[in-house]
Design a protein around this ligand. Structure first.
Ligand SMILES: [Zn+2]
Length: 228
């Protein structure tokens, strides 16, 4: 089924230019795996970026440009460091199989790895979690959440951008209702309380570029345990 909620143009441009952090890039790339509309939009953005590059006047290279480039690639603390460089993930493949981790499209499935069904950790009544990406130096992080039907997450705001991508079930909040394939985009202005609102567990990816800010007492008490 075609997703109903898509990334904003600004988010696709940031993804295309490589300026999104790894966690948010993972969420966008995984949405693209299921969304031909956004794949077409991303291809247009790439073509536009290429055309702009071609119009730039050539810059003369320094005599030692090539050797200094290889030195930077080889440096142990250089620009290949995982949380330091802008990230552009490989092109996604569509989802193939049917159960466990296989319900996840690439590139997320490779990040989650094998044995997903045994790795859910209970973090609150009705809420289980798998860490997909530990928090980076810049604050980004990604988790899978599995929310039982009818369960509400604590009310919260955001220090930056939060992307939620749904794979099974559905949830609703102040912004809308989201089902499989949909992506929700929340920013520093957004405060919301997602509630799983169908008869099956809602399985979703939560990717952030800064920690969430829980606003209620229960949420603040739970924050150290939730780790989002
Ligand atoms: Zn889309």
């Amino acid at each position: 089924m075609m997703p109903k909620h898509h990334p904003s143009d600004a988010l696709l441009v940031a993804y295309g230019s490589g300026s999104l952090g790894e966690a948010l890039s993972l969420a966008v790339a995984t949405h693209l795996a299921r969304c031909p509309l956004c794949r077409a939009a991303a291809a247009e953005i790439d073509a536009l970026g290429g055309a702009l590059l071609e119009e730039l006047a050539p810059e003369p290279l320094a005599a030692d440009a090539l050797s200094s480039l290889f030195a930077r690639i080889d440096a142990p603390d250089g620009w290949m460091r995982r949380d330091a460089a802008p990230v552009r993930l490989p092109a996604p493949n569509p989802c193939r199989a049917l159960d466990g981790a296989a319900l996840l499209p690439e590139p997320l499935r490779s990040y989650v790895g094998p044995g997903m069904d045994q790795r859910w950790q209970r973090i609150a009544p009705g809420v289980r979690r798998i860490e997909v990406m530990p928090r980076t130096a810049r604050g980004g992080t990604a988790h899978l959440l599995r929310i039982a039907p009818g369960t509400a997450l604590p009310h919260h705001g955001h220090g930056g951008t939060e992307l939620t991508l749904v794979f099974a079930g559905s949830y609703a909040d102040e912004l809308g209702r989201y089902t499989a394939g949909d992506i929700a985009e929340a920013d520093g202005e957004t405060r919301h309380q997602p509630i799983a609102d169908s008869h099956e567990d809602c399985i979703c990816l939560i990717a952030t570029d800064a920690p969430l800010r829980f606003t209620g007492l229960v949420g603040r008490l739970m924050q150290p345990f939730i780790g989002l």
